[in-house]
Write a protein that binds this ligand. Structure first.
Ligand SMILES: [Zn+2]
Length: 430
């Protein structure tokens, strides 16, 4: 028996160590210790972590890498960001969207990020972003699973042609129904938009992913309507609520009623830690709220929680590098999830949890799974987050598609070691 690729002596996120992974024809054929078969290529993991690829379940690829176009966001607020994006939309071209998105995908691959769900603005009668990202989805399909969400950025009812454009985008092949109920003109319009959008998804057999309650207003309760409509239409497991930041500010009693509703409807919760911590609490003086949704509480009710990157170098966020470990790190800091178990959970929030929300097929380092994974310069998932570990090898379909040398520094200090390997500082947990 000869395989295409064998990775030797890997640690896995579930804690197994000394594992070999054998791949053939794009699939994982075996995950066990001591595989002795031949292979076209052998990688020695040397006791470092092999993880399934990073997954970003909330992104804006039509806007990424547009920082500074046509100007910078001076206040840094969500609303100036939306206004700025409105200015940029007027001058967008399909070619520019495609070029920036492909450049971002190159960066994503180098970061081991191989599945992305991106929202694409449909409040543009030319549907420039839709055309561009449909082209990109096709161009990157051999290395990135790209899902597109039809996102009425300016409001389904607030923007005159939004519903027509959204339906056109779905007809053109956009995968998922989006929404932004808190941006409609009234609570009633917000609730009505959730109902209508869920009905569109149910009629067409599609998933739903809404920007929901991305506000500090504790009375923004569209997640309740979203979970209710999910149940009413039998969309269990096919609906995601993104951001859900108003939950941070809600009354505890109300949340105690809301959490079981979300859990029963099997609505996925997608927090965006980097963005939530910078955009929320902007109307506060001090104390200043964090604004991230209630991650540990959602977890305790069995809700599937994912962390998204949301933005990289665009009108809303000038930072970011496609590094989902940075996202996980910010998520655990903001949620104060600092136990060893909590940190491992946060790693799952950028790997298996978003994979579940996106209903990815064959995901995971397991027999029969797709031969897609990342070798990290770290011993385990906690160390990977702590170090924002170097992605030594990124494997897609059993082939290495990105690699980089380990990050080690050469010291010139009398009486001290010549080399420092940051991954050698892992604690001994016995
Ligand atoms: Zn977003």
């Amino acid at each position: 028996m000869s395989f295409d690729l064998i990775v030797k002596n890997a640690n896995l996120p579930d804690g197994r160590t000394g594992i070999d992974i054998a791949c053939l024809n794009g699939r994982i054929e075996a995950v066990e210790a001591g595989i002795t078969a031949e292979a076209g290529k052998v990688i020695d993991a040397a006791g470092q972590l092999v993880s399934p690829p990073f997954v970003d379940s909330h992104f804006h690829m039509d806007a990424t890498l547009s920082l500074g176009l046509p100007r910078m966001n001076k206040s840094g607020t969500l609303l100036e960001g939306i206004a700025l994006w409105g200015e940029l939309k007027e001058i967008l071209t399909v070619e520019a969207v495609v070029e920036r998105a492909l450049r971002y995908c190159d960066l994503a691959v180098s970061q081991g990020l191989l599945a992305i769900r991106t929202h694409v603005d449909v409040c543009d009668d030319r549907l420039t972003g839709v055309k561009g990202l449909l082209e990109v989805r096709e161009k990157v399909k051999d290395y990135i699973d790209l899902q597109l969400v039809a996102f009425p950025q300016d409001g389904l009812y607030r923007s005159p042609n939004a519903e027509k454009n959204l339906l056109t985008a779905l007809d053109m092949g956009v995968d998922i129904v989006g929404g932004i109920p808190h941006f409609e003109r009234s609570m009633e319009d917000g609730a009505r938009s959730v109902k209508r959008l869920c009905e569109i998804a149910a009629e067409r057999g599609l998933m739903v992913d809404m920007h929901c309650d991305e506000t500090d207003d504790p009375m923004s309760r569209h997640i309740e309507t979203l979970a209710y409509e999910t149940q009413r239409l039998g969309l269990h497991g096919r609906v995601a609520g993104s951001h859900l930041t108003s939950m941070h500010s809600m009354d505890n009693y109300y949340v105690s009623k809301l959490l079981p509703l979300i859990a029963e409807a099997e609505v996925h919760a997608i927090a965006n830690p980097l963005i939530n911590i910078t955009l929320q609490g902007r109307h506060d003086t001090y104390p200043k709220r964090r604004g991230q949704t209630r991650v540990p509480e959602l977890r305790s009710y069995g809700v599937n929680v994912a962390f998204g990157h949301d933005c990289v170098m665009d009108p809303w966020y000038s930072m970011g590098s496609g590094d989902m470990l940075e996202v996980a790190s910010m998520g655990l800091h903001v949620a104060q999830m600092t136990s060893r178990d909590d940190i491992r959970y946060c790693f799952e929030c950028v790997t298996s949890h978003p994979a579940k929300a996106m209903r990815l097929d064959g995901y995971g380092v397991k027999k029969g799974g797709k031969a897609d994974f990342v070798l990290l310069q770290a011993r385990d998932s906690i160390e990977a987050i702590r170090l924002k570990a170097t992605r030594l090898s990124v494997v897609k379909g059993g082939k290495v598609i990105s690699e980089i040398a380990p990050r080690k520094a050469r010291l010139s200090l009398t009486g001290r070691p010549e080399m420092v390997d940051p991954a050698s500082y892992a604690p001994n947990e016995g």
